[in-house]
Design a protein. Structure first.
Lengths: 115, 111
């Protein structure tokens, strides 16, 4: 069985550009999470979905960040007008549900570099 | 304000030595987890501790959860080069199971 996959693995863009990062969760997992990991830091929560709806987007840093999961499977994290401070590894995780103890399985991440 | 403080930030030891990594929280979470992350990969769950005073063992790794459920430790016995990696503790919020991570401890085991 495939794990969580993320594409692209690396993305280099220029300041002010728009980027999309994709996450394919483990089949059948209803919960999907996005985290951001800056150099030398642990992952920081951004948003999570239960099915198609964003259940908690309190970690999104500002309105330049947006995420969707239209069919309850694949999710896309969208960043508008990128800034150098957005450079980080963006991690996606999925879990079977939201029951306490449901393990989150992480993808390898997308390394975003904003020049 | 960092909710979870990990120490030390970096540890470099020789193969066969023992080590302990600490995780201290300013909040009480529903549970606490330990992860290991290698370069270019996502974190992988090692253990979840739930009950104050709980001790769990995973081969040469021993995890403890403090009585007040606000601190935890990871002890590795006879470290091996394969233990090299970034060790992260994470608090689990009851609602939504979202994770709050510490900054991590980079462990390097030299042969």
């Amino acid at each position: 069985g495939a794990g969580v996959s993320q594409t692209p693995s690396n993305k280099v863009t220029e300041k002010g550009k728009y980027v999309e990062l994709r996450c394919d969760p483990i089949s059948g997992h209803t919960a999907l999470y996005w985290y951001r990991q800056s150099l030398g830091q642990g992952p920081e929560f951004l948003i999570y979905f239960q099915g198609t709806g964003a259940a908690d987007d309190s970690g999104l840093p500002n309105d330049r960040f947006f995420a969707v999961r239209p069919e309850g499977s694949v999710s896309t994290l969208k960043i508008q007008r990128t800034e150098r401070g957005d450079s980080a590894v963006y991690l996606c995780a999925s879990s079977p549900g939201l029951a306490l103890g449901d393990e989150q399985f992480f993808g390898p991440g997308t390394r975003l570099t904003v020049l | 304000t960092q909710l979870l403080e990990q120490s030390p930030q970096f540890l470099s030891i020789q193969e066969g030595e023992n080590l302990t990594v600490y995780c201290n929280s300013s909040s009480v979470f529903s549970s606490l987890q330990w992860y290991r992350q290698e370069p270019g990969e996502g974190p992988v769950l090692l253990v979840t501790v739930v009950t104050g005073g709980e001790v769990k063992k995973l081969k040469r790794l021993t995890f403890q959860f403090g009585d007040a459920r606000k601190d935890s430790s990871l002890h590795i016995t006879a470290a091996q080069p394969g233990d090299t990696g970034l060790y992260l503790c994470a608090g689990v919020w009851e609602y939504g199971n979202k994770l709050v991570f510490g900054a991590g401890t980079i462990l390097r085991v030299k042969s």
